[in-house]
Design a protein around this ligand. Sequence first.
Ligand code: ATP
Length: 413
Amino acid sequence: MPNVAALMERSLPRHILDALRSASAVASQEPGIVSELYLVGGMVRDLVRGEGSADIDLSVVGDGPGYAAALASHLGGQVTKVSEFGTATVETGSLSIDVATARTETYEHPGALPEVTPAGITEDLARRDFTVNAMAIDLSNGGWGELIDPHGGMADLMMKRLRSLHPASFADDPTRALRAVRYEARLAFTLQPATVNDMQRDCVHFDAVSPARVLAELRRILDETARTRALSRAEELGILGSISPAFRIAGRSLKAIEETPDREPLFHVALIGARLTQAEAASLIERIDPPADWREALGAGSTYREIASILERSDLRPSEIAELLEGFPVLALEAQLQLAPATRQKAALRSWLDELRFREPLLSGNDLLEAGVPQGPLIGQLLDELRRARLDRAVGTRDDELTLVKRRLRVLL
Ligand code: ATP
């Protein structure tokens, strides 16, 4: 077994190394609750790759939550998020440390949530998704820095290969297919042909996966810098279609996602929604059960396309543009702006987003009451008329607005 203690010393930021040393000290003080302690997950992979990584994942042979409590008290932090699977998170001011009880997982049927049994590190690594994520570094006093790599993760890292641990991996947990395209894109690794075969064969089991788990992995893809590549691979490999037959991402949407690397995830959701039909959006929403802002962003595209051709007209007044666009979420319109060809439609979108939506009358409801408008729905109606007049530049000053109100009152009262 190679020992990577020197590499840890050289590569890990000081505060992380200090936290790992504290973790090791706490483990040796608590032999009753922890017999072995390992660093696992992305930090091991990224350390060997020579990259930084923010997350500390610890695997404890013994009582994970009990150890987390001892670690939190040693570091002056707090235990948050204790789960039924024997995991807990320790938060200090500057660090978040995930602690898990080493365990095996067995799946009653494809896609089911696993049955979890405490186990040793070998079993714990064997339940993981890809070989490069299935390495551990011993943090115990006696074994500090020993690399445990039973699945050839190091060799795969060197060769930039992404490989699952066994043929049934995606049947056990189809969300690993989304993880696969995410890692492939982020690490610029190549998914191995056998892994792709297993994945494509077993993606049918997405049917058994809960909306929340699918949504969580989609969010993680959208959080990646390499999101476009991951999404286009997910489309190409048929993963999106396995999640829901209605789930497709138009080429133009992908391109727009690529063109806007610094926009927030919801904007990219709106770009995906921008090209879906109403039926597609509805069935995708039903499948992943997202929160309200995602629903709006996914659903707005088809409604927008119903009015898009009207925006091409040359005789549209600003108030008519406002009437067409004001019900839409701003983000959905920004997505359409990103996608629109350079035509009148694009100019209308831009003027609404940049300027028209902020144009309000100078008079308030109180001003109208003072001007003699009776309390009631007439106030709203006249404010609306004033807003339209202002949009079309039919009024300029406050006096113009008062004159308009008085003229209308003569007709309306
Ligand atoms: P990164 O995204 O950089 O890998 P991370 O290490 O925080 O960050 P997590 O999603 O927190 O990644 O997972 C931690 C480890 O848990 C992974 O490296 C992997 O070994 C394992 N893991 C997570 N999800 C699964 C899964 N669905 N199936 C099998 N193993 C998983």
